[in-house]
Design a binder for this molecule. Structure first.
Ligand code: ADP
Length: 398
């Protein structure tokens, strides 16, 4: 078990491609931390720098208090599990799992095979020990690759999208299994994925990256409920947060957000918005914070039904704010650029009670849960409500 510290870590490839910039983070000993972000956001580069497979351009990385910038990979006490498993095809499962220990330790063969047996038991694969990798399913190969990492009893596990080659059902199962295994061993782990759902379900904390920069770090619940900026708000959560263009107008007892929608907000939120750097705001509302009403009221949002998707426990309503007749406008856009609508038609969604809208409903009244709305400064993308607390969270030493 070891903590991992990143201090002002920067990585530039070929003198010009900035892959990671100003990355500061402390991962606690025994913590399961997930690095999540879109493709190209710098996740693998960070992981490879911890592993020692990539030089660090600037800053320091320490493992267990020791700076490892110049330490060769084999001296870092880490074990890595890759997307490709990287098993040796000509060796049995037993020999694959024993390989690293034979090379890097002075343990006797007896001790090594004892450990391999124990870990095979933990991973539920004792009956596969004499098989070759090509005889195994994807899920079994994944277990062997993870087992091979565990056998080494490293201070740190590094996982690079280890489940992405598995089908959806197996991926969910392996998620739980990896999590259980990590909790049992209490080994510090960094897990890289582009899949926000994987990040949400597995991690103690999530660090969200975009363009090589840390956007926010927090527990899954934290980043979901208190997104620091619009990027995090839209990246975390599925279906993603609905966003509306609005401006702010002060009133006697608070204010209003007007534009795509027209909503009254209370004095506390109005005060936060007054600190924004611009008049242009983005209003964010998660699909579960929108409800449908049959009747209009002062604070409703009129919307048009696009599609209703039954999902079992609830339905997913796709709605639009203006009656654009989406099929017609999409068709027009493909016919001629000039005919394309000026504004981008956004896909907006709400979770609703099954059958709460009749199948032929066209116009509906929506209500937004005003306690749960998010307001972002359109220039900086920052969440106007959580600025102070989140700045402290990102830079705890500041
Ligand atoms: P992610 O893992 O989030 O997909 P990466 O860390 O692989 O992102 O890449 C971050 C950025 O660095 C991207 O712009 C990518 O093209 C670039 N990059 C990654 N590896 C190399 C490399 N070996 N040489 C040059 N550029 C690289």
């Amino acid at each position: 078990m070891s903590s991992i510290d990143f201090t002002s870590v920067r990585k530039v490839y070929d003198g010009e491609i900035v892959a990671v910039d100003g990355f500061d983070l402390t991962i606690e000993s025994g913590e399961f931390l997930t690095l999540v972000g879109p493709s190209g956001s710098g996740k693998s580069t960070l992981l490879r720098m911890v592993a020692g497979l990539e030089d660090i351009t600037d800053g320091t990385i320490s493992i267990g208090g020791e700076t490892v910038n110049k330490l060769p990979p084999r001296h870092r006490d880490i074990a890595m599990v890759f997307q490709s498993y990287a098993l040796y095809p000509h060796l049995s499962v037993r020999e694959n799992m024993a390989f690293g220990l034979k090379r890097s330790t002075n343990l006797s063969d007896e001790e090594i095979y004892e450990r391999v047996d124990d870990v095979a038991e933990l991973m539920g694969i004792p009956e596969l020990l004499d098989d070759r990798p090509k005889q195994l399913s994807g899920g079994q190969q994944q277990r062997v690759a993870t087992g091979r990492a565990i056998v080494r009893e490293p201070a740190v596990f590094l996982f690079d999208e280890p489940l992405s080659n598995l089908d959806a059902k197996l991926r969910k199962h392996m998620r739980t299994e990896l999590q259980r295994m990590q909790q049992e061993l209490e080994t510090t782990a960094i897990y890289v994925t582009h899949d926000q759902e994987e990040a949400m379900t597995m991690s103690d904390r999530i660090a969200i990256l975009n363009h090589g920069e840390l956007q926010q770090v927090g527990t899954p619940r934290d980043v979901y409920n208190h997104p620091r900026n619009l990027f995090v708000a839209q990246f975390i959560g599925s279906p993603s947060m609905n966003v509306f263009d609005v401006t702010y107008e002060p009133t006697d007892d608070g204010g209003r957000l007007v534009g795509d929608v027209d909503l009254e907000i209370d004095a506390e939120r109005a005060a936060q918005i007054e600190d924004a750097t611009t008049d242009e705001l983005k209003l964010g509302v998660r699909p579960e914070d929108v409800s449908v009403s049959r009747t209009s009221s002062e604070e409703h949002v009129a919307a048009y039904v696009d599609i209703i998707e039954p999902l079992g426990g609830h339905d997913l309503l796709y709605f639009e704010l203006e009656d654009t007749g989406s099929l017609v406008s999409t068709e027009a856009a493909t016919l001629s650029d000039d005919a394309a609508p000026e504004t981008e038609v956004q896909e907006r969604k709400a979770f609703i009670e099954p059958e709460s809208i009749s199948e032929d409903a066209h116009e509906v009244f929506l209500h937004f849960d005003l306690e749960q709305i998010h307001v972002f400064d359109a220039d900086t993308g920052l969440n106007v409500a959580h600025l102070d607390e989140l700045e402290r969270e990102i830079a705890p030493s500041a």
